[in-house]
Design a protein around this ligand. Structure first.
Ligand SMILES: [Zn+2]
Length: 70
């Protein structure tokens, strides 16, 4: 799925390791959604801002790509 925010990146289903939370993240603009149905419909969360708010580093080192063909 192409990201509806930037129209460039791909949306990946990712696991935030330390939170054990699955989210959907754009590899280009770092827009993030919590449910697949929200992508393009609900407001995105900025990945970096979210990670910092949880006390984590805002890098892809903290996540595992679960599925790259959303
Ligand atoms: Zn994007």
């Amino acid at each position: 799925m192409i990201c509806p925010r930037c129209n460039q990146g791909e949306i990946f289903k990712v696991l935030i390791n330390k939170l054990q939370a699955e989210t959907f993240l754009c590899d280009e603009c770092d827009a993030m959604w919590f449910k697949v149905i929200d992508i393009g419909n609900a407001l995105f969360v900025d990945f970096g801002t979210y990670m910092i708010s949880k006390g984590l580093s805002p890098t892809w080192n903290e996540i595992i790509v679960v599925n790259n063909s959303i």
